[in-house]
Ligand binder design. Structure first.
Ligand code: GUN
Ligand code: ZN
Length: 496
């Protein structure tokens, strides 16, 4: 059992956690965003990050400090916290990203970990080998083996109270990612970043990202804090959090600002294309897009970076609150509607229903049916799993209308859940708020629920009175189910 990370609550696979950082003598509430600080170019000074944006923890690159004539000495003499003027925990990366960019770097895992320890880093990182997506399998396997060797070496380096990360590689191969995660988790290392996903993020390949993250999560224990390396765009934080990622790092706020790009939770805008800001952060209240455009380059970059940070931290707080309140899926469905690539990502997440259902709380305040994807939410899947364990008598009516005494037993029939015992029907999630015009997938999900119940009760005589199910849902019902449309009954009754 790892003692540095405690999960306080779940929503699906998303969780609120506390990461204990012993060297900084503090805890970080997760999901958390770590702004990336370039030691040479501080677009927003770290001190301000702490006071204005509520930054709990940041990340910088020890490889840049190690190789810098100007900064290496001061970093060693005064330590990282004084150098950056930031009193909270600081995580350091190792130069692996530079290794991926330039093919080689001039430090070893042992050297860089010692250096990170000497400059006072609170969380350090070994030199993993980032294997990008689309690498061929044998190379990805070789590089994963090398990464694992470095993790095992890192495990033997004396680093005192500094936490050490164990990056998980494996390119775009889910099985390799899962294996890499299992091997990383077997070490005594502390935090588990998912590596080399930046190309997927930059190209909005969220569907593949979901495969990579879910595979990694399968190889890790629930007590493993998971960092998504390079995830800095607020439009995808909700998706990443719902997959069970706890930490994100963002250079996007500064990199995008440099190109005149303005981040929102639903995408990126170019400053030059905007007439008004639909944002109430101090930057957007005090300036118009035209004023920012006309400002001096350094001022424009600084202000854009500040807006980008405001919006990013706001989204992180919104996500934490959604997890606490059990509304992460409602948030995710909104975000999925802001970009088709995110919709692909969300739909892919729903392809792993067991992974979300395993930790999803049994009760929440409300379930809002907001899109056809809602029919595949973990609450529905878990109910279907339960239906496989119910033992009903010889005769059962499932009705979307009023109960009837003419049957031995009578349950409700509620799309998208399917059969619901009367005793449960006023409980979460069967009290779901649904639109009057339900889509086909809600009824199909309900039909799958019926099929599940029939499978575990093959001897039971089951009748359903449904509320005008489409043919695609009726087609999913097992042949022995007697089936009638409620409206049809009423019509017949009127004719009598
Ligand atoms: N930053 C972005 N991706 C990576 C990665 O795969 N490894 C490390 N160490 N840093 C990263
Ligand atoms: Zn703003």
């Amino acid at each position: 059992m790892r003692e540095i990370f405690e999960v306080r609550g779940y929503d699906g696979a998303g969780r609120i956690g506390e990461l204990r950082v012993p060297r900084a003598d503090t805890t970080v509430e997760t999901p958390a965003l770590l702004p990336v600080i370039n030691p040479h170019v501080q677009t927003v000074p770290p001190g301000e990050l702490e006071s204005t944006f509520g930054t709990q923890i940041l990340i910088t690159n020890s490889y840049i400090l190690h190789g810098s004539e100007d900064l290496r000495g001061p970093a060693l003499e005064t330590g990282l916290h004084e150098l950056l003027e930031f009193s909270g925990p600081i995580m350091t990366d190792s130069g692996s990203f530079q290794l991926a960019e330039y093919g080689s770097i001039d430090v070893t895992t042992e050297e860089i970990l010692r250096f990170q320890h000497e400059i006072g880093a609170d969380i350090g990182t070994p030199v993993d080998v980032p294997t990008p997506p689309d690498t061929d399998l044998s190379q990805a396997q070789d590089e994963q083996t090398r990464t694992q060797e470095r993790l095992e070496l890192a495990d033997t380096v004396e680093t005192g109270e500094m936490l050490v990360t164990a990056p998980v590689q494996g390119s775009g191969y889910p099985d390799l990612r899962e294996q890499a995660a299992r091997e990383a988790y077997r070490t005594d290392l502390d935090v588990f970043p998912i590596g080399a996903v930046v190309p997927l993020l930059n190209e909005y390949r969220y569907q593949e990202l979901v495969d990579v993250v879910t595979a990694t999560k399968r190889g890790l224990g629930a007590d493993a804090p998971v960092h998504l390396f390079g995830a800095g765009h607020p439009m995808m934080f909700a998706l990443a959090a719902a997959l069970g990622c706890d930490l994100f790092d963002s250079a996007a706020y500064a990199l995008y600002a440099r190109d005149g790009r303005y981040l929102t939770v639903s995408g990126t805008e170019h400053l030059a294309d905007l007439t008004e800001f639909a944002c109430s952060c101090p930057v957007c209240v005090d300036n118009t897009p035209a004023e920012l455009e006309a400002a001096a380059t350094s001022k424009r970059q600084r202000l854009l970076a500040e807006h980008n940070l405001f919006i990013s931290f706001e989204e992180i707080r919104r996500i934490r609150e959604a997890i606490r309140r059990g509304t992460l899926f409602e948030l995710l469905e909104q975000r999925a509607r802001s970009h088709p690539a995110l919709l692909d990502g969300y739909r892919q997440l729903l392809e792993y229903p067991e992974q979300s259902a395993a930790t999803d709380p049994t009760t929440k305040d409300a379930f809002f049916y907001l899109s056809r994807e809602s029919a595949h939410r973990p609450e529905v899947i878990r109910h279907h799993q339960r239906l496989g364990r119910f033992d009903v008598g010889s005769e059962l009516l499932l009705t979307a209308g009023n109960p009837s005494d003419s049957y031995e037993e009578c349950w409700r029939l509620v799309a998208p859940f399917g059969p619901v015992p009367r005793a449960l029907s006023d409980a979460y999630p069967f009290t779901a708020e649904r639109p009057d015009s339900l889509d086909r997938e809600a009824f199909e999900a309900a039909a799958r629920g019926v099929a599940r119940l029939v499978k575990s009760n093959p001897e039971t005589d089951i009748t359903i009175f449904h509320d005008d199910w489409p043919a695609s849902a009726l087609a999913l019902l097992p042949g022995q189910v007697t089936c009638e449309r409620l409206g049809a009954r009423a019509e017949t009754a009127n004719e009598d």
